[in-house]
Design a protein. Sequence first.
Lengths: 446, 105, 450
Amino acid sequence: MSQCRLSPEKLRALNQKYHVFCEIAEDLGALDEYPPHFHFSAKDNLCARGFQARAGSRILEGYRPPFDATAIARMKRFGGVLLGKTTMDEFGFGTFSTNSSHGIPLNPFDQTRACGGSSGGGAAVTCLLEDHVALGVSTGGSISCPASFCGVFGLTPTYGRVSRYGLIDYGNSLDKIGLMARRPEALRTFLPVIAGPDPKDPTSCTQAALDLSPTKVTRVAVPEEAMANLDRGVEAKFTEALDLIGGGIGIEVKRVKMPSLKYALAAYYIIATSEASTNLARYCGMRFGVQNKNVSQHFNDFFSETRSASFGNEAKRRILIGTYTRAIGFRDRYYLKALAVRQSIISEYDRIFQEADLVLTPTMPFVAPSFDQIERMRPLEVYQADFLTVPPNLAGLPHISMPCGYLNSLPAGMQFVAPHWEERRLLVMAENWNKQFQTRFPEGCP
Amino acid sequence: MPRPDGTREDGSGGEELDARTVKNVARIARLRLTEEEVAQYAKDMDDVLNYFAILDEASDLGRHDFNPVPVSDVLREDEPSLDISPEELRAMMDTYQEMVRGPRL
Amino acid sequence: MKIGLEVHVQLPTKSKMFCSCPTTAMEPNNAICPTCLGFPGSRPVLNRRALELGVEIARFMGCIIAEEIWFSRKTYFYPDLPKNFQITQYESPLGIDGQVFLGEKRIGIWRVHIEEDPGRIKRVGRSGEEVSLVDYNRSGIPLVEIVTAPDMSSPEEARQFMSELLVELRHVIGTTPSDEQSVRCDANISVGEERVEIKNIQGLKNLEKALKFEASRQAKMLEAGMRIVRETRRYDEERKVTMSAREKEFEEDYGYIGEPDLGTYNIGNFARSVVTAETPLRRAQRIAGEYVLDFEKAKQVVLTSMALADVLEALAKRVDPEFAMNWVLGPISANWSAIHPRLDQQVQADIVRVVGQVADREITDSEGRRRIGAIAAGEYPDDISCAVADSELDAIISAFLDSNPNVVKDHATNPKAANSAIGHVMKTAPGKYNSKEVVEAVKKEIEKRR
């Protein structure tokens, strides 16, 4: 355990600098109690009693859920002390956590740069505090991306592995709760704590039993589609990592073709925005969050007034896109087609897994960009930055990002993908890699 | 990889999304947009929807599963219970004589 | 005139469709939870009983049942709809292409599916400026939606369809009067070419009134040479008129997507295992056909009580069916409130015997009536000896005689030998049989064994 005593004051000081928490616990006394406790944080779209859950949005201002998300309850039962809720893109809509209404987290390696998103705050806290584990959520890559930019390990389990009860929805067929930590051993410790069937979430009830028994990883496949459109530096670090994997660890690296990957981004964004636009319909000024007092206006005006005033631009954009893609006359071409294409991408991965244990790609096509660079990106460019993280997320496959190199002190990440339910292969790979590779972190405790 | 603006080698994929369509979609979604916003979102949506057109050329097996892993036959027994007190829930909402206040009809 | 109905009936479950909140009526907003309030982070879990009841109804209506079903989100914005989408079934109803019979007339059933109810809105304030107060007790209660073909030809027929449907559902799924009170209908009615929809009609009386008003409105317009606009209207219960539903200013695009939180359900095997006990009206149809009796009379019998129908059928096997019907609708019905609580195999047999004696002219009509009255009063007039085989009584006697064969032997010379058997029955089943019937039964059994 760390010698540096955490306290709300210390966390607030950290937060002044990095904006990683949108809410900090009042009392951390439990950290000193026996038996030994550990500290963790939760992305602000996870509900916890005693905290607001605003999911990075102004429209949820004041929402204090009267229940704990199952993942949080399980962590607490295991001895976890929740330090606070971490900053994120509004409802998960974003790749850099810049769409946050409660502070934009700054990259611990370079504060002019982004943490990645949408679990940016969580990845940064993990980077800054020793022995910390962060609960993150991934829909299209929101654990892998910030893990990559902040130089930590980020595990996204199989869809359905961890109960989503208590998670504020972005895309119900895509959201997965996962873990970030400085060392892979922590992932092995905490995955069994949060995983497992929960009768409150039907999609968690038909999972294969979690099996973390020893296993061997001997063959890794690298799709050629993942090697296009990469920043040169990232490509170089990734290639070095491949040499180490092939040589130092002795795993066979095979080059493969996965032609259906080119459809993954479109299929993902169609499904994600279609589902999100229905999930966000409930935010209308009644019952929770921002409550509109102007009841004398017609209900359509009442709803529109709240939604227009309190949703951010990216939220509005995705609601518009997602409403269009499931509308009469467009539904077949977009929504239904995307569902079908998802299935064919899953089939393609199945085919590759016949001849390889894992699929490997870089996590992101570049290292953490500066906020100026991000400002200049068009929405479509931002979406396309996800082209490496989206495929396993779309397919519901478990995946892990880990640091594989440093470019001018900024971390670059690589991402392994395993078949459904085979998280153990990812943990073994991460542990073996961590023995060969020296991870670096900036300042520890403030 | 397709071009960032969504157009393909053969030059297709460039239909414009008009303001009227955006306003219609916004109305369905209960979003009130300024004229400026309508123009901006029209451009953004156009970009993105043109990019989505790449799926037109994708072949598929015609299966429309809603989840990426099989989820079936998960049921709850018909036993009533209240785990959280309704009083606590009512206190979170804008109520009048235990009814939730809502807008004009 | 063509009328089609979309009927919504609350299913009699103990908990709601997607959460464990109780369904029993209470003070406003007392049966609520994060799920039926649509709180962020909540999640639906399907009630097994709601699914089973829906399938049972679909089977009852003769539908083709799907093997695998799922749920969809229907998105629209209204204060009573907590998530601003309703979880319903769009592309995958439980069953399709069924039918029911209204007397001899076939009414097509297009589809049967289940969905959740929204909350209940109370409008307060001056008309035109009303605001809403919402009670979410009703939010999430399971509903079955039954959609008929436009096969009804009059408002009266539509009302009859609804009333018979409710009678049948009581037997198929056990709906109670309070479930029935909350039945809602959307009706489609066309006098000419264009169809008008009237939404959210509550109760049978309002259904008939609304349809009568609308039929008349459309007829008048056609007579005046005006075109009927295809539109959605609502029925104003106070003013007793249908009005354009100005609330929905534009066609809603529901933008259906699948509900990924629930997954799919394989209902084929369950559907095949469902055995529906014969419902009242179907029984009336069968009785009318089998015994060549008037359907309306048969209907009257089953609607009084299924047990009365049991008596009718037993009687119709013993005497001429018309004769049986007259006695059932006459003296037996007249005494039914007294007979019903006492009714068992024994009493039914007594009734059949008495009416049989009248039919055979062994006793007069009025003596028959007197004896029915006596049965109703729990008395056993002298001549009603139970000649009907009572299998339990026979079993007791047989067992005794098996163990005491000497009784049979002795009885040949000494009738009093039967007393030991009689005594045994009285001791074994005290008070259950009257002495006369025991004596008869013992005598018969002994004679059988000689």
